[in-house]
Ligand binder design. Structure first.
Ligand code: ADP
Length: 197
């Protein structure tokens, strides 16, 4: 078959971009059950870092499913494809010099590790937003657990689909016990020095 794809390298180096953006790009990967606090924390972090002058952007599960990943479901294969696309977009954003915060349940360790490899280990910060199923279900922020229990939503993580806790997250938050402020503070203390140049 005739090759019709010829990728090229930009004339602007990654180092030049970092310097121009005045930051060291990292992907802050929030993983945890639905209702554990990923979106809440992503929004708070984005606001904090933006106000500090960082160029930061959120990739969120529900938002990408409206466009980039429209049409994908929640089967194991579709979840994997969803995260593969997110990983590729995150990589491009990092290469462009951004700080990326992502909020995806991302229940499989293998999928999270594939993203770590895709973006580069040194740019990947895994944050385990740990919260018991019981508390997430009590919160039921979006009313999804009730529907999952009734069988209206299939493949629901924690109810009818598994969640593999991260083996060695950079940060682990216990959001049933910590306030939002405390959890945000823990991430900022860890991430702040890594993204500053
Ligand atoms: P997810 O995005 O993981 O589905 P959400 O952020 O939508 O979860 O909802 C989490 C809920 O838990 C929010 O109502 C939030 O106020 C509450 N919450 C309580 N403590 C924390 C904490 N330490 N971190 C994040 N959220 C918390």
């Amino acid at each position: 078959m005739t090759n019709i794809i010829f990728p090229f390298d930009s004339k602007i180096s990654y180092e030049q971009r970092k310097k121009a953006m005045m930051q060291d790009p990292h992907l802050i990967w929030l993983t945890g059950l639905s209702g554990s606090g990923k979106t809440t924390l992503a929004l708070r972090l984005e606001h904090y870092f933006f106000c500090k002058g960082f160029k930061v952007f959120i990739l969120d599960g529900d938002n990408v499913r409206m466009g980039l990943c429209k049409g994908l479901g929640f089967s194991e294969d579709d979840r994997r494809e969803n995260l593969r696309r997110v990983g590729e977009v995150a990589r491009l954003m990092l290469d462009a010099g951004l700080i990326v915060i992502s909020a995806f349940i991302s229940p499989c360790e293998d999928d999270r590790m594939a993203i770590k490899e895709m973006v580069g280990e040194q740019r990947f910060i895994e944050v385990y937003v740990n919260c018991s199923l019981q508390i997430c279900e009590e919160r039921d922020v979006k009313g999804l657990y009730a529907k999952a229990r009734q069988g209206i939503i299939p493949h629901f993580t924690g109810i009818s689909a598994p969640y593999d806790p991260p083996a060695s997250p950079a940060i682990e938050l216990m959001t049933a016990e910590e306030t939002v402020d405390e959890s945000v503070r823990k991430i900022i203390e860890f991430v702040g020095p890594l993204i500053s140049i």
